[in-house]
Unconditional design. Structure first.
Length: 149
């Protein structure tokens, strides 16, 4: 795990961190996400119907894949030395390939920028989630962090 701080971040811009360990996307995880969000679309939760669908099995919600960044990110980097930090948002969220049930996913992080904005610091990190064996990433986004020194 890489520590991200006022001292380390300037030298990490342009560098890729990770990958995280692999995480298996089970049907139970998909179902729990459907319950939490109210998104019960058959392609995610109806195992029998999904067998005859375009992927031959259920697939994870794109937003489930995005939300798993928090779990995988803890293995890749950690901010330290700031009084407070917040997730300011995401840019350019894309889901280039689906994540079939029982796939394994992992994440890498590339530090895009680290800049002072007024009294705070902003870090933009490009996060890429790959599904094992897939030709394209499952999710690519830029996450914006804001920190108070």
């Amino acid at each position: 795990m890489q520590i991200l701080s006022l001292e380390t971040l300037p030298g990490l811009v342009g560098k890729t961190l990770g990958p995280s360990d692999w995480v298996t996307v089970t049907q139970e995880r998909i179902n729990q996400f459907a319950e939490a969000t109210g998104d019960h679309q058959w392609i995610h939760v109806d195992v029998d119907k999904a067998r005859t669908g375009p992927f031959g099995k259920t697939i994870a919600h794109g937003l489930l894949t995005l939300s798993m960044i928090g779990v995988m990110g803890k293995e890749v980097f950690k901010f330290e030395g700031f009084k407070m930090g917040v997730n300011y948002g995401y840019e350019k969220v894309r889901f280039p390939t689906p994540v079939p049930v029982d796939s394994r996913v992992r994440m890498t992080a590339k530090i895009v920028s680290f800049d002072k904005i007024g009294e705070i610091w902003q870090t933009i990190v490009e996060l890429t989630v790959e599904a094992e064996g897939a030709a394209k990433p499952a999710c690519v986004t830029q996450m914006i962090f804001r920190h108070t020194p």
